[in-house]
Design a protein around this ligand. Sequence first.
Ligand SMILES: Cc1cn([C@H]2C[C@H](O)[C@@H](COP(=O)(O)OP(=O)(O)O[C@H]3O[C@@H](C)C(=O)[C@@H](O)[C@H]3O)O2)c(=O)[nH]c1=O
Length: 188
Amino acid sequence: MELRKTSLPGVVVLTPQRFGDHRGFFSESWNRRVLEAAGLHLPEFVQDNHSMSLEVGTLRGLHFQAPPHAQGKLVRCGRGRLFDVAVDIRKGSPTYGQWVGEELSYENGRQLWIPAGFLHGFVTREPDTEIIYKCTDHYAPDCDGAVRWDSCGIDWGLKVDPVLSEKDTIAPQLADFDSPFTYEGTQA
Ligand SMILES: Cc1cn([C@H]2C[C@H](O)[C@@H](COP(=O)(O)OP(=O)(O)O[C@H]3O[C@@H](C)C(=O)[C@@H](O)[C@H]3O)O2)c(=O)[nH]c1=O
């Protein structure tokens, strides 16, 4: 397991080991003991999500769940290729409003750990791209929230207009958004 810090403290890129042979490969996509030995202590996960997006340029985000159902997410790509993004929305954080992005693909096997207190979103870079992510809290529609994808200065690398949900089209701009999160220092 290889761990790489990003420019946002707490957001980490993980690359699990792959064992290739004539059949293909084997990889432990999640192993708490291995991660803890490498120094990353993550909260308990209670829900796994899986979605597929048909078209290149499908953009889902930027999403969060507010406390008391805030979610940390461990994200990977099951098929295809996507650009995954986290934005710090913890009030008082030295990196409030800053973003990091990482390309996650079936080929590279990378994962992104996004703690609670960050927006999450992604755009697909191949047709039929699948994303799979573990969450630290259950889905709570009443706590569900979104910020406009184009209000955080993110370079999505888009070559076409994104395919969006209705909810994501009408989300507020980051500048008009009153975040429910407060900075409490860097945490897993
Ligand atoms: C997120 C979620 C949605 N749903 C339902 C609600 C709705 O009918 C349908 C589609 O929901 P959405 O449009 O919110 O799906 P989507 O736009 O893919 O939302 C997801 O985007 C990424 C970026 C995230 O980080 C996730 O947490 C989640 O917000 O699935 C669940 O049943 N459980 C869940 O955990």
